[in-house]
Unconditional design. Sequence first.
Length: 389
Amino acid sequence: MRRTVKDLLVEIKDTSEVIVDLAYSAILYDSEDIAEEVLDLENKINDLLKQIRIVSILAARSVDEAESVSTILQVADASQKMCQAAGDIAELVMRGIKLSPEMVRIAFIKSEETIVKARVSEESEIAGKTLEDVRLHTVTGMKVIAIKRGYEWIFDPEKDTKILKGDVLFAKGDIAGVPKFFKLVTGKEKKIEDLKIELEENLEKAVELLIEMKNLSELAVDLSYLSLLYRNEEIAQEVSYIEEKVDNMKYEVQMLVLKSLKDKPDEELKILIAILELAHASEYIADSAKEIAQIIVEGLEIHPIFLQAMKEADEVITMIEVTEKSSLVGKTLGDAKLETNTGMHVIAIKRGSKWITNPSASTKIFAKDILIVKGTREGEKILRGICSK
């Protein structure tokens, strides 16, 4: 039975998002198992792209239909490039190239959304329940992206996936939600220790830039989809600005790495290769996001199937206005703990004609701010309630 364009588009979007998360998990935890899954998913995306091309061509019956279908293929092609970037990261792991422990610690603390792993203990209150039952994403702001069960793996688990004692959960989310996540999974508190950096100055700067590139490239992807959903050229232009910024940061990272090359042993050179490859992957992801946003910039027709597919994707991305009555007014994002309490991650804020991209914990919320958020459908309903009263 031939699959529909909508079904294929939903699977391509969901897979391209989880594959990037898994790729970063693979290199942060030096896991060949996860890296192999990333490469398998890359092959899966290639197959899905072939299918959607065939189905899209068969669906177009006129010039107008062909033009709107072409935008779907443009989104699919961009998603494939994101997966290629994830595959490049996975190849680093397969070649035995890894980051130093210091770099992993910096990534853990300074990433916009961190990736953690925790083992389900005998005392855990979530053991024996499904992901839907425990609502980890909504309750803690941490989304489970993979589960290791003995020698088996469950990647991008469904909401009806049951959590068992001894499972190792890999999750992504706001670092503020990590203590609550560990408490639920392990039954014990986990403190976020102060970061002690022991890297030479050039490498420290390069790693911090690399993390910012990762954050910005992921933001660009989210905003590119949002620009299509709302047919908003202003958001699409913001994606182009971010892409240009990421390009400039890539060259700065390359310069810093070259400055630190002198008298380095082979093992340290491998680490530098990893930094350069990760910078390239982030740039490639941002470039892919720009390709999606260009659909709006160029004034192309968006096929209705795309909007239907977005509604069925795993994560919701939307805009919510903060009213004057909202309890959020005057609070910082850190005080509000929106991701921890609702599972919704604030990726940007529109304040009048001004954009605040990658807002920090100290960013204050004002009445009439428009929050650009992504997360669960349940979390969206909760946040809309908080923003309105």
